[in-house]
Each structure stands twice: as C-alpha cells, then as structure tokens.
Ligand binder design. Structure first.
Ligand SMILES: [Zn+2]
Length: 274
C-alpha cells in the first residue's frame, strides 16, 4: 500500500511573513534561515520521506502574498522535478494571477501538476465566489482535485469567515465531477459541517492535515463511516511532530484495515491518479 502525504509545504518561501517563519522555527527547532538552508534541497526532503515511511508527497504552492507568503508554481515544479514521488500542486489566486484557468491548464498539461490548492482565508474570497468558477470548471475538465483550506488559520492576517466549509456545498453541487478536498476538516468550529459534506457529496473529501491523528475520532465521531473520504496530510513543516509519528498515530486508531489503507494512501492514489 502506498503511503501518500497530501499536504506538505516546501521549506523555501520566496516571500515569507514573519508570523509564518516564527511558526516554523518553533516546530522545527531551528532558525528559519538554517531550516531553509538544510531543507530546500529536494534530496534532503526525499531522504526524510524515506525515514518517515512516505511514498508520495503532494507539495503545495501558495500564492498568498499578504500572509503566510508566496511559494510559486515555478519553484514547486523545479523542486518536484527531483523525483516522481514529489507531486506538484498549483496555487492560483484570482486576485493576483491573470487568467488563472489558462495558467492552470498550462501547469497541468505542460508541467504535470496533480492538483490545485485554494487559500480563501488568506486570499479573502468565499470559495463559492463566481470569480473562482472558471478555475473549478478547468480543474474538473482536467480531472484534477481541488484542495481548499477550511477552518482556522494560525498566521496573522487570516480571516476565518472565508474558511467555512459550507460555501463548498455550492461548488460540490455545481461541479459534480470535480473532487474537492476540505483541508483541515473545518477545524475547530466546523468539523461537523465538513463531515456532513463528505457524507452527502460523492465528490467531497477531507484532508486531515494539521489535525493531531490521535484526536480524529473526537473530531469526527463517524470516521469509520467516512474513512474512505478522508486522506492523510501532515502540513509539514509547521507541525510539532514528525510525519512518521502521525502515520503511526493513524495506524493506532480503532479502524479496520480497509479504512486505514484508504486514509493513508488508497483514496489519495485514486484522486491523484498514481
Ligand atoms: Zn498547509
């Protein structure tokens, strides 16, 4: 069974907010400069994935200049070129990028991007804003999933109202062939909404990134029922543990073998066409 981490960030940031750098320093126990110097090398990161038992990692770009910063699609493409185990995920911001749907097309067809990530709490739009619809339509046509940040954001400048998963209900209805991943499952106020959407809509999934795995059954009491709609993500580097610790914690949950496999890799492998 492949283990897929659906949510990692690169060490390097082309624009970094002080709040984000401080967050990484706390969790990685290094100065931000030292952390970047060590971890910007994709070979260093690949060796880490081996140590942690991860087969594939979805590496997220972020075009969120106000906060937490910018990591460009071009940089992510270069980083992921080091290995087919590193899967590039695009970020497009309709307030910043011209013709985002066309850019997405180019990134997927010419550079092998596997998914699109949206950051409404940092980009200040509701995910059902018509501004986003051309992007959703193109992602659906290209057959790639869209990850959307939901729930709280810890970095200064975030506006949490945009993180309510309920706005993605419109998107799920209007784009029935588009797979939507609700990152962080609407933490901490909207776990129930995220779970309800995953139950209700065949095309809605939950990305468990940033949630302590030993608490998942507290957050999602019906996790056994929706396990096949949940995918493992770590949110490295901004986490207090190592990725392998989180994988081990998922394996300790009282779930059957099929549910464990679905969370740790099977569902992601389908969505990302591995
Ligand atoms: Zn993240």
């Amino acid at each position: 069974m492949p283990v897929v981490d659906c949510h990692v960030h690169t060490a390097m940031m082309e624009v970094v907010s002080p709040g984000y750098a401080a967050h990484v320093e706390v969790h990685r126990r290094q100065s931000f400069a030292a952390f970047v110097a060590e971890w910007a090398d994709p070979q260093r990161f690949l060796a880490y994935l081996d140590e942690q038992g991860v087969d594939y990692a979805l590496v997220l770009a972020s075009n969120t200049p106000a906060s937490p910063g910018v990591i460009s699609n071009d940089y992510v493409a270069r980083f992921c070129a080091a290995s087919p185990r590193l899967l590039p995920c695009a970020s497009l911001n309709p307030f910043v990028d011209r013709e985002p749907a066309r850019q997405l097309d180019r990134l997927v067809r010419e550079h092998g991007f596997r998914a699109l990530k949206l950051y409404p709490t940092y980009s200040y739009y509701y995910p059902n804003d018509p501004l986003l619809y051309p992007l959703y339509a193109r992602a659906q046509e290209l057959g790639i999933p869209v990850l959307c940040h939901t729930g709280s954001s810890v970095f200064p400048g975030a506006r949490l109202k945009y993180g309510d998963p309920l706005y993605l209900d419109d998107v799920a209805v209007d784009f029935p062939d588009l797979s939507l991943l609700l990152c962080h499952g609407g933490r901490p106020f909207w776990y129930d909404r995220a779970a309800a959407l995953a139950r209700l809509h065949a095309n809605v999934y939950i990305d468990l990134a940033g949630l302590p795995p030993h608490k998942l059954l507290d957050y999602f009491p019906d996790l056994p029922r929706i396990a096949h709609k949940c995918v493992f993500g770590s949110d490295w580097p901004g986490i207090p543990t190592e990725i392998g610790d989180n994988i081990a914690a998922v394996r300790r949950l009282p779930l059957d073998e099929a549910a464990q496999r679905a969370i740790l890799g099977d569902t992601a492998a389908q969505l990302l066409r591995l």
